[in-house]
Design a protein around this ligand. Structure first.
Ligand SMILES: Nc1nc2c(c(=O)[nH]1)N[C@H]1C(S)=C(S)[C@@H](COP(=O)(O)OP(=O)(O)OC[C@H]3O[C@@H](n4cnc5c(=O)[nH]c(N)nc54)[C@H](O)[C@@H]3O)O[C@H]1N2
Ligand SMILES: Nc1nc2c(c(=O)[nH]1)N[C@H]1C(S)=C(S)[C@@H](COP(=O)(O)OP(=O)(O)OC[C@H]3O[C@@H](n4cnc5c(=O)[nH]c(N)nc54)[C@H](O)[C@@H]3O)O[C@H]1N2
Ligand code: SF4
Ligand SMILES: [Mo]
Length: 880
């Protein structure tokens, strides 16, 4: 290390040598256990860097809960330090876009010793598959780009000829359609797609169908952040912005706290957010929120008295909703099917009382009664919901039930009142984007194959040759929720061009088996990720730091919070032999005899320019939009692109230097937002997205769509349907309450140390945040497990090891296993030492094709054969 520092100080080192040296330095650090070497490195180069370096806005491009401004200090081509937003003074009304611990460790990732350096082939792979069983444990051989692309092209041709294009499964992470290779494969005749409701769970389709969706965007059904300060009570259901929505969100909630709001958290885990906000805890069992909320409805209905105890907003129900009671049912439907009578148990004989719910959801019945009162109509209430509770099986009615509670109590469409979903980069800040990212201008390329397999069936489909086809595309496609149709499928190639899908999809144990079945697995990646570990040909790709530049949210669903747009620039030339995904797509097109100009009519720089020129920003009226960036002919000439000069709010030069454009906000400005305001003012003129244009507490369309898809069945009204692998399944016998083989429920909180799987290889972060399993103290003690003990967790689908962290913050009966750790199977025992969440999940799609990430059962026991070493002490995965 010290020789490296001397070299940097000498300023004699070339950039390329430095990168090699950095890589070596990080490797030795990793092996020795992270010492303080790098800190002193920072100090030494710091003084030097400040004089001579340039701060360049550096991408943080991951699917985390933030979009923050990060900058890298580059001295003579070498990144010596990082910092975050200091472009303006920080204040609650106009906050800096500050990065988190992960973003600030980005250089450790980009220049990590474990970066993939060259294309690689698995030693025992041969065209047709070779020894397939060795996937995940074989040796790697370095090959040239030409060899790699030739192997892939030949296999694609062979499989197309013998089995057809639908035997090529292309997985591009979130959506098969967004990665560059989808363009090449589209022109090649198409590919079978993979789709997943992912983050959204049953918020994927339900809200739009029942009329509970604003602006076409899922997490913008709540009011603007300033309006949080007008709320008396903020009830949060399955939310953890302090971990999962870094950036400014927590600060917005704190302003509401400062303004006097009372917070309540409905969650099996009393997480950092509730703790920060001093929230009252409603310790619900996972996947049982529907039971709890039905009992809330019961209390509201039975305790309401319009004059003496006004809890329900009858006017709101009458005017804006369908299906609450027998008098407001859709035409042609049996009046007995209404919500109120279901809650009261009029026809099914089961009143959904707090006692009824308590047995299921585990919240004391007195606490349920008290909680119901908090929703009362004469209080200013925000009912904010994250989507974790809907990443559960049989939860299709949950968003509808959340909407129903909000509608019953009239907490919609006015200041100080809100009901809806809010999560990720836009947590606590609803409304349309004030600055909008532009488009790269590439024309779409269709996929001629219409097959699309749900994440909850994809590995089973490969293994068994059958799946339930419900429509094409990903879940944002209107065509995805169609009547189900059993289809045969015969997958021969798995092509991973993005995402960490083997790691992040349901049922990893079966996923590995499926990967060991096909003829070829290709993976583009930056590290030996799980996808690449089980692949045959691995192609090293560049990070965003190695590209010409880009904008926050380029390929992601969320571009950031509504008030800003980030533009980043190139930090370094591509490392080693890494190439961009687009370069690979172009070169593969050439090998396949496809006109690459048809796939990519213009280059990445022109794509950047197009996005720059088409970015827009709101005008001061708060309604109309104009171009964001002023671009001169000189800028265009310097970039070497085709385009016309234009006038906007910030010059290209200033944006390039600052890295961010942020709309300056203050309370009472023109940029505020109240969800459902127009609808509430004039429902006739501003109908919602449902069949009737109203809030559908009874939704014919919802039940029909889900039931026709054929994964499982639901009712048109919100009802409690026991989840698959839920609390009920922890019992051998529900009546006698005899516990079964898997007596605990498992949830997967998104974890601070990583963004899903990304950053989990960074030693700084591994050292700062260990990755235990969180167990309730009493549960652990009953099993003789102490803090730090290694625990074996067994589900019906797989086994993992983690060291225990005992806490009272997880409710009894629940095991909280952080999401996203990299799998590390011990091939002798079959046990995963990495603690990967999806080793514990199965292939169980329900309803609209939801992944039940937070519905799982398991048993726990102290593991004695050996003790897990901390992740930071594990060697990094360095191949060459
Ligand atoms: N059990 C369980 N599973 C879950 C969840 C859970 O809570 N529990 N959460 C789910 C949710 S909400 C989500 S959104 C998904 C996320 O699932 P994924 O999208 O699969 O997860 P990421 O780890 O973000 O995957 C991004 C991958 O892309 C790679 N990458 C980064 N840049 C590039 C690039 O330029 N090119 C290429 N080719 N690759 C690149 C990264 O290294 C990483 O491997 O996981 C889901 N899975
Ligand atoms: N650090 C970090 N931040 C991230 C991510 C990451 O991986 N790491 N991922 C990003 C992405 S893509 C997404 S989708 C978001 C996800 O963001 P969130 O949905 O906020 O993430 P989670 O941490 O899974 O869940 C939030 C809370 O829901 C609780 N919960 C789980 N199941 C249930 C249930 O059945 N009922 C109730 N009432 N509560 C439940 C959990 O205990 C947790 O406290 O985070 C984003 N931000
Ligand atoms: S919250 Fe996300 S975008 Fe912001 S610094 Fe952290 S990892 Fe990067
Ligand atoms: Mo997500």
């Amino acid at each position: 290390m010290s020789r490296l520092l001397d070299k940097i100080n000498d300023q004699k080192i070339s950039r390329r040598n430095f990168l090699k040296a950095t890589a070596a330095g990080t490797a030795s650090l990793a092996l020795a256990g992270c010492g303080s070497g790098l800190t002193s490195a920072g100090e030494k180069v710091n003084a030097l860097g400040e004089e001579q370096g340039e701060w360049i806005p550096a991408a943080c491009w991951h699917n985390c809960g933030g979009r923050c401004l990060n900058k890298a200090l580059v001295v003579d081509g070498v990144v010596v330090r990082q910092k975050t937003d200091d472009t303006h003074e920080d204040s609650p009304d106009y906050p800096q876009q500050r990065g988190c611990l992960r973003g600030r460790s980005q250089r450790q990732q980009v220049f990590g010793a474990d970066r993939l350096k060259y294309p690689m082939k698995r030693k025992h792979w041969q065209p047709g598959g070779g020894d397939k069983s060795l996937r995940g444990k074989d040796e790697w051989e370095r090959i040239s780009w030409d060899e790699a692309l030739t192997y892939i092209a030949d296999e694609l041709q062979r499989v197309k000829k013998d089995y057809g294009n639908r035997s090529i499964l292309h997985i591009g992470g979130w959506s098969s359609r967004i990665t560059d290779i989808s363009r090449t494969l589209g022109l090649f005749g198409g590919y079978c797609e993979y789709w997943n409701t992912n983050s959204f769970g049953s918020w994927a389709m339900t809200p739009k169908t029942v009329g509970f969706l604003q602006l076409g965007v899922w997490d913008q059904t709540v009011n603007d952040r300033f309006d949080l300060r007008n709320c008396e009570t903020i009830i949060m259901l399955s939310m953890n912005p302090a971990w999962s929505a870094m950036g400014s969100s927590s600060w917005h909630y704190l302003q509401a706290k400062k303004a006097g709001a009372k917070f309540i958290g409905i969650d099996p885990f009393y997480n950092e957010s509730y703790s920060m906000l001093g929230a009252e805890w409603v310790p619900v069992r996972p996947s049982t929120d529907s039971a709890l909320l039905l009992a809330i409805a019961y209390v509201l209905i039975t305790k309401d008295h319009p004059a003496m105890n006004p809890l329900i907003d009858w006017e709101f129900l009458n005017k804006y909703c369908l299906g609450f009671d027998a008098e407001h049912m859709p035409e042609g439907e049996d009046p007995q099917g209404n919500f109120k009578d279901y809650v009261l148990g009029t026809y099914d004989g089961v009143p959904k009382t707090p006692a009824w719910a308590s047995e299921i959801c585990g919240v004391d019945k007195i606490q349920i009664e008290k909680l119901a009162m908090e929703f009362r109509k004469d209080k200013k209430v925000a009912f904010l919901c994250g989507m974790a509770s809907a990443r559960t099986t049989n939860s299709d009615n949950l968003p509808q039930l959340i909407m129903t509670i909000g509608a019953m109590t009239g907490h919609m469409g006015k200041s100080g009142h809100m009901t809806g979903s809010t999560m990720h980069a836009t947590s606590g800040n609803g409304g349309p984007a004030l600055v909008c990212a532009g488009s790269n201008g590439l024309p779409g390329i269709a996929n001629p194959v219409d097959d699309s397999i749900n994440a909850g069936q994809v590995w089973d489909a490969i293994l068994n040759g059958k799946y339930n086809f419900t429509g094409s595309g990903d879940f944002v496609s209107p065509d995805q929720f169609k009547p189900g149709q059993e289809r045969d499928i015969d997958i021969h190639i798995i092509y991973h061009s993005g995402g960490a899908t083997l790691q992040t999809s349901d049922g990893m144990t079966k996923g590995i088996e499926a990967h060991r079945k096909v003829d070829l697995v290709v993976s583009h990646s930056q590290f030996v990720t799980t996808n690449s570990k089980y692949a045959d040909i691995v192609l090293p790709v560049t990070t965003e730091w190695e590209k010409f530049g880009g904008f926050s949210g380029g390929t992601l669903v969320h571009s950031g919070n509504r008030e800003m747009l980030i533009m980043y620039s190139q930090i370094t030339e591509p490392l080693y032999e890494a190439r961009s995904d687009q370069w690979i797509a172009i070169e593969l097109a050439k090998k396949l005899g496809i006109d690459e100009k048809e796939a990519f009519p213009f280059d990445e720089k022109q794509q950047f320019f197009n996005a720059l020129a088409s970015a827009t920003v709101v005008n001061e009226d708060g309604k109309t939009y104009g171009p964001l960036v002023t671009i001169t002919q000189k800028d265009i000439d310097e970039m070497g692109v085709a385009g016309k000069p234009q006038t906007g709010k910030i010059t290209y030069r200033e944006l390039k230097e600052k890295g961010v454009y942020q709309v300056k906000r203050s309370p009472g400005d023109n940029y505020g937002y109240i969800a459902y305001e127009d609808f509430v003012k004039d429902p006739g003129k501003n109908p919602l997205t449902s069949e009737s244009g109203k809030l559908e507490i009874y939704s014919r369309q919802l039940a029909k769509t889900v039931n026709d898809m054929g994964f499982s069945r639901i009712h048109p009204i919100p009802s409690y349907i026991p989840p698959v692998n839920g609390y009920e399944d922890t019992f051998q016998d529900w009546e006698s309450k005899a516990k079964g083989e898997y007596p605990y429920q498992v949830i997967n909180p998104h974890y601070l140390r990583r963004s899903h799987t990304v950053f989990d290889n960074v030693k700084w972060l591994q050292e700062a945040w260990s990755n235990p399993v969180f167990l309730n103290t009493k549960d652990a003690q009953a099993k003789g497990i102490s803090n730090g003990d290694t625990v074996l967790i067994t589900s019906p689908y797989g086994q993992i090891l983690r060291n225990a962290c005992l806490t009272e913050r997880v409710r009894p009966g629940v095991v909280a296993l952080p999401h996203g750790a990299w799998v590390d199977i011990d091939e002798q025992t079959g046990i995963d030492r990495g603690g990967a969440d999806n080793i514990l999940s199965g292939q169980v799609p329900t309803g609209q094709g939801v992944s039940g990430f937070n519905t799982g059962v398991a048993r726990i026991e102290k593991y004695t054969p050996s003790k897990l070493i901390p992740d930071v002490e594990k060697p990094a995965r360095i191949v060459f």
